[in-house]
Design a protein around this ligand. Structure first.
Ligand code: HMG
Ligand code: MG
Length: 285
């Protein structure tokens, strides 16, 4: 109960919003440093349309050039079969990967991010999930806008629970609950978690808090109270929000680590290496 699993999303969720074209070598250096930190989950890219997210277009090169660390699982986002095929072509034999599929709890964000309705986005994942299970590759499901949507406003906890059920009906995958625009507050996060915990156990849930509103650590504390023991974070707080220019990005791994240590949790992650990675991440911005 004292162990918390950190899922580092800086190289993907952090860098995907950067305007500067970041050279593959810089991404690879960051990922390889993170790989030496004790982190067991590092999200390294996306097989999405390069027109939608140009910064992730070099993901196949990233897969080819990193020095995979045994025991580390490298995650990539896959929205459809086109992305699945891209991943299968790029994957390096012997490396442990996780395929992350992603949907939203709100229609507005689903249209903006995936160009389709929530239901269609889940339906589109059926062949991806089937292929990943057949290939023995682990799955993770993201749900965005779990408390607030930049287009639709507050999101009902029941809507999040419904999408969680839809994803888990596809396959028994762990779910990451995304406060995409960092608008969640402890009370709204608690209400959302109560609804989702009715359809999935805490052991299968992760918190994914953007820190736009400065409440990410308080929201993590609420999630810890509810029994969650997995959180997503990005070194150096990488990742702005396209809907809030200049605002902080994902909650910073080094801040989450410090909080967890102070609260007596263990993570297996070396804060000194995370501090180095945070410096490297800041220089990349
Ligand atoms: P679409 O335009 O509806 O798709 O986009 P389409 O099937 O009509 O295809 C349009 C073009 O894209 C075609 O090319 C396809 O071949 C190509 P064209 O004929 O025009 O030259 N295409 C692809 N190319 C490469 N890889 C692919 C792919 N699929 C189609 N996989 C689509 C639909 C899903 C593709 C698009 O909406 C998309 O790529 N969306 C991804 C957006 C994204 O990556 N967002 C960020 C990640 S989610 C996130 O950050 C939230 C999270 O952090 C949690 C949280 O904070 O809440 C996870
Ligand atoms: Mg995110």
């Amino acid at each position: 109960m004292d162990f918390v699993r950190l899922h580092e999303v800086g190289p993907r969720d952090g860098l995907q919003n950067e305007k500067r074209v970041i050279p593959v070598a810089e991404k690879v250096a960051l990922i390889d440093l993170l790989g030496r930190s004790g982190l067991r989950d590092i999200e390294i890219g996306s097989f999405v349309s390069p027109k939608w997210v140009p910064q992730m277009a070099d993901t196949p090169d990233v897969l080819a050039q990193i020095m995979p660390v045994p025991g580390v699982r490298y995650a990539v986002l896959v929205p459809n079969m086109r992305g699945w095929d891209g991943f299968m072509t790029a994957r390096v034999p012997g490396v442990t990967y996780e395929v992350a599929v992603f949907v939203a709890a709100s229609e507005g964000f689903s249209q903006a991010n995936l160009n389709c309705s929530v239901k269609d986005s889940v339906d589109r994942l059926v062949p991806v999930v089937t292929a990943a299970r057949a290939a023995g590759i682990g799955l993770r499901g993201y749900i965005s806008c779990v408390t607030d949507c930049p287009f639709d406003g507050p999101v009902k906890p029941a809507a999040v629970a419904q999408v969680a059920q839809m994803l888990r009906a596809l396959a028994p995958m762990p779910l990451s609950l995304g406060d995409t625009i960092g608008a969640g507050r402890p009370a709204t996060v608690a209400a959302m978690l109560d609804a989702v915990l009715d359809v999935a156990p805490a052991a299968d849930l992760a918190g994914h808090f953007h820190d736009t509103g400065g409440h990410a650590l308080a929201n993590i504390a609420v999630a810890l109270d509810k029994g969650l023991r997995a959180f997503d974070s990005a070194v150096g707080g990488l990742g702005g929000c396209p809907y809030a220019p200049g605002a902080p990005g994902n909650v910073a791994t080094e801040r989450v680590l410090a909080m967890l240590q102070a609260e007596g949790f263990t993570t297996g992650v070396d804060p000194a290496i995370i501090a180095q990675a945070a410096e490297m991440a800041k220089e990349m911005r």
